[in-house]
Design a protein around this ligand. Structure first.
Ligand SMILES: Cc1cc2nc3c(=O)[nH]c(=O)nc-3n(C[C@H](O)[C@H](O)[C@H](O)COP(=O)(O)OP(=O)(O)OC[C@H]3O[C@@H](n4cnc5c(N)ncnc54)[C@H](O)[C@@H]3O)c2cc1C
Length: 401
């Protein structure tokens, strides 16, 4: 079905990736479900990353000149689906959010000195990064309202702000911080993106926020942080002053393709678990759960939804490749809420099929159920994306909303 989007290089690459995931990544999932993440990050995952590098599969999203595979977005989306079948996939290949978005941003907009200092160690996997925009005091759905400031004093910015959901800040080397540099400008031109190394005096890591009962650790966590008179050189500015929201939009367009394809990977794995369990779990002799029509419907509906989601996302990715993010903004909003909801439904059906086992840590399902609920919220809540789709559609009918 997705052959429509296969290119020559994917024909060889995708089977290799599937095999690598089966042989090297899936076997670590038991450890992932039973040990603190940070232990795995420092040991087994560090070894796994070396194997990915040795196999020439490292940073697949980047251009060849930066050590990547030079894939376009439609191609990388299909890679992302395969990596998404395990919670460890993207991290193993160093193309995990938020680093992937930060790498793409720095690659496009950072000065040579910032690339040398931050992008290259990030690409090599020597450091991690985070993205610090959302503030607890303001609605993240309308991020132009923010209180964080970066005041220019001589050759430096003095940064003050309170942020939360700065994902993966725990153990990260630097943050890309959104802060107001031009308070008199129009709302969309007030903020800038500035790199703050996290060892800068005044950076306070307040806490790892417990999410659904779990604070996580290292890469797998979301932090509340404060910037209290953090002083960084003006050369840490990415792009130009006041361009923060423009760059954020650039970062988010491809980012939504990455997320949606990762979610489709999760759906495929949950679907496989559901079918396998339904086929083997017997209610009585020779009477597996799969014989029940309700389970058959869950399977059929999930299959249809996943196939539809993949076609929509890859079609959107192709549009971004050929026409750019702006031209595809309605399609991007459409896939963001559609695929997030397919994900919720498929995981929930897979859990229900597994009965009590589904809510234990003996399968990946409960991890995904907890961690992926955020999919309907981050990168724009469902309601905002539905509004965009309805607004643009109704314009054609003379309705202005
Ligand atoms: C797992 C996760 C990871 C995240 N990682 C990061 C990160 O790395 N860096 C970062 O800066 N931020 C991050 N965020 C924050 C994320 O960007 C915000 O949560 C998101 O923008 C929504 O903002 P909010 O939570 O303040 O919700 P609010 O803006 O307060 O909205 C609350 C609810 O109101 C409703 N709503 C909002 N707007 C509308 C509207 N226009 N029409 C109708 N209803 C509406 C929606 O139901 C929404 O869920 C992350 C969030 C999550 C959940």
């Amino acid at each position: 079905m997705s052959d429509l989007f296969i290119t020559d290089r994917l024909q060889k690459l995708l089977p290799r990736l599937r095999e690598f995931m089966r042989e090297e990544v899936y076997p670590l999932e038991k450890l992932f479900l039973t040990r603190p993440y940070i232990e795995l990050e420092q040991n087994e995952l560090a070894n796994l990353r070396q194997k990915v590098k040795a196999a020439g599969l490292w940073v697949p999203h980047l251009p060849e000149a930066e050590g990547g595979m030079g894939l376009n977005l439609t191609e990388f989306g299909q890679v992302s689906e395969i990596l998404g079948t395990s919670p460890l996939g993207h991290y193993a290949f160093n193309c995990q959010a938020p680093d992937i978005g930060n790498m793409e941003l720095l690659h496009k907009y950072a000065s040579p000195i910032l690339k040398e200092r931050y992008l290259h160690p990030l690409i090599e996997g020597k450091i991690r990064s985070c993205f610090s925009m959302t503030e607890p005091e303001f609605a993240g759905s309308n991020p132009v309202r923010m209180a964080s400031t970066a005041e220019k004093v001589g050759n430096h910015y003095v940064i003050n702000g309170h942020k939360w959901f700065t994902s993966s800040a725990d153990g990260a080397a630097f943050a890309i911080v959104m802060a107001i540099t031009n308070p008199q400008a129009a709302p969309h031109a007030r903020a800038s993106m500035i790199i703050v190394p996290l060892q800068t005096p005044g950076f306070v890591h307040v806490r790892r926020i417990p999410i659904m009962g779990e604070a996580g650790s290292g890469y797998m966590s979301h932090s509340e942080v404060r910037y209290e008179n953090c002083v960084v050189p003006v050369e840490n500015l990415i792009g130009r002053e006041g361009e923060g929201f423009k760059l954020a939009q650039e970062r988010l367009g491809p980012g939504r393709i990455h997320h949606c394809m990762r979610w489709i990977g999760i759906c495929e794995r949950a679907f496989e678990l559901m079918c396998r369990y339904a086929a083997h779990r017997e209610l009585s002799e020779n009477n597996p759960i799969a014989s029940k029509q309700i389970v058959q419907h869950w399977i059929a509906e999930s299959r249809a939804q996943i196939n539809a989601a993949r076609l929509m996302v890859l079609h959107t990715a192709m549009g971004i490749d050929s026409k750019g993010t702006h031209a595809m903004r309605v399609e991007i909003s459409t896939i963001k809420f559609f695929v997030a909801n397919v994900l919720m439904q498929v995981i929930d059906r897979a859990i229900q099929t597994h009965g009590a086992l589904g809510i234990t840590e003996d399968t990946l399902l409960s991890f995904w159920y907890r961690h992926e609920r955020g999919a309907r919220i981050y990168d724009g809540p469902d309601e905002v994306h539905k509004y965009v789709v309805a607004r643009e559609t109704l314009k054609e009918y003379g309705v202005k909303i």
